[in-house]
Design a binder for this molecule. Structure first.
Ligand code: UD1
Length: 393
């Protein structure tokens, strides 16, 4: 049996955090994997720095699709990925998370009849207004192998009719990355750089279109942050930065809010670990705050990370200034400064190992795993010639 060959697609910041331990495990196991970066995120702060910090090898292919509307971005990535898969065909395309590059990767692959594995399968917010929810549902219904981060994500997949034999509860790669670097994160004390004290400030981020593209909602959030009883450190995503400037909300942030640009992986997580409170609309930060013991207030109407709510580490808060101020005050009163929750099941350092084990099993069981590449391609693609059709009939 010849060894499996994988393509792994990344595009945005959270994808990079998740693939780091997976790529390391694949390389340890000597499994060939081509890393393809769509270029959805392209700035050093949003992409490049993560490669250096997390020891991710340079991408084998960079597609440079950049920003645009959802259609433009997904469409450009789809076209470029299709060309890439046609030029060199792998046995399985691995996509992670729920960003536009995840959707483009899965769609380009299934159209070429290349099987797809989805990491972080089964998360559901049940809110189809979220672009990520649409991406998640579509990708899960295209994928052949599903790696679920939580038990409830597994149940969601089964409830949607995904065959159980295609699903595997492996845990959360984001957690593995964090736990592998936890010592470094905890000693870094990045809050010192902002003249803040450990457990004496709140860390806040918002970037979701529903929060930052709506001026009324963004103003409520900004006013909420500006009136918290502790200082608020606010690393601002490029989309949010543009919105704050567009609507002239910068001055409303007031002296209580320290605004800074997007941060490196280690700075950000060190700041979460040191924060008395985390306020966010990010998916990944809900998980990271849960693991680092910072109570999280999620500024959304729903979350796909229900496991963090069940752990007692997270709470949904409406995007209204009064609600934000009240929820923050309550959390500060309720939680002692240093607090820990039990980590959700399988959020540990063996996630990548489990995934690679299942990938090996899948390859052993698959037809192509037992034939050479040309034979497997023939099987999928070759149309019968007229002579063959005559013989068959
Ligand atoms: C994307 C993901 C979101 C994820 C987030 C993490 C989708 C639908 N959304 O949202 O799920 O939580 O990444 O950050 O895929 N920009 C830059 N530099 C960059 C990248 C983007 O300045 O390197 C700016 C551009 O003006 C761009 C905007 O940020 O238009 C938004 O970027 P985009 O990739 O479209 O979506 P995100 O909001 O980052």
């Amino acid at each position: 049996m010849r060894p499996i060959r994988l393509d792994c697609i990344v595009g945005a910041r959270p994808n990079l955090i998740k693939v780091a331990p997976l790529l390391a495990e694949l390389s340890r196991e000597e499994i060939a994997c081509r890393l393809i970066h769509t270029g959805q995120h392209y700035d050093h702060q949003m992409s490049g720095g993560f490669f250096t910090d997390l020891g991710i090898p340079a991408p084998d292919v960079e597609l440079g699709v950049g920003s645009g509307t959802h259609g433009q971005q997904t469409g450009k990535a789809l076209i470029a990925l299709e060309e890439c898969f046609q030029a060199s065909r792998s046995d399985l395309v691995v996509v992670v998370g729920d960003v536009n590059s995840t959707l483009a990767g899965a769609l380009a692959a299934v159209k070429l009849k290349i099987p797809v594995a989805h990491i972080e399968a089964g998360y559901r917010s049940f809110d189809r207004r979220m672009p990520e929810e649409v991406n998640r549902v579509l990708v899960d219904h295209m994928a052949d192998v599903h790696f679920a981060p939580t038990a409830d994500a597994m149940s969601n997949l089964i409830a949607e009719g995904i065959p159980p034999q295609k699903t595997h509860f492996v845990g959360n790669l984001m957690a593995e990355t964090l736990l592998r670097h936890e010592k470094k994160i905890r000693v870094k004390a990045a809050y010192g750089r902002f003249e803040l004290k450990e457990k004496g400030y709140a860390l806040a981020t918002v970037h979701r279109p529903e929060n930052v593209d709506d001026p009324e909602r963004l103003q409520e959030i900004v006013e909420g942050f500006s009136r918290l009883t502790i200082p608020v450190l606010f690393p601002v995503h490029p989309r949010t930065n543009a919105a704050l400037d567009r609507w002239g909300f910068t001055r409303d942030l007031g002296a209580n809010v320290i605004r800074t640009g997007p941060l490196s992986y280690f700075d950000m997580l060190s700041l979460v670990a040191g924060a008395r409170l985390t306020l966010t609309d990010s998916g990944g930060l809900q998980e990271e705050a849960c693991l680092l013991g910072s109570p999280c207030l999620t500024l959304r109407d729903n979350t796909e990370r229900t496991v963090t709510i069940l752990a007692g580490a997270n709470r949904l808060v409406p995007c209204e200034r009064g609600a934000i101020i009240e929820a923050a005050a309550r959390a500060i009163d309720y939680f002692p400064p240093h607090h820990d929750w039990a980590a959700p099941d399988k959020w540990d350092c063996q996630v990548s190992q489990r995934i690679v084990g299942h990938l090996r099993d899948w390859w052993t069981r698959s037809d192509s795993g037992n034939s050479d590449v040309s034979a497997s391609n023939k099987k999928v693609y070759k149309q019968p010639t007229i002579e063959e059709e005559v013989v068959v009939s």
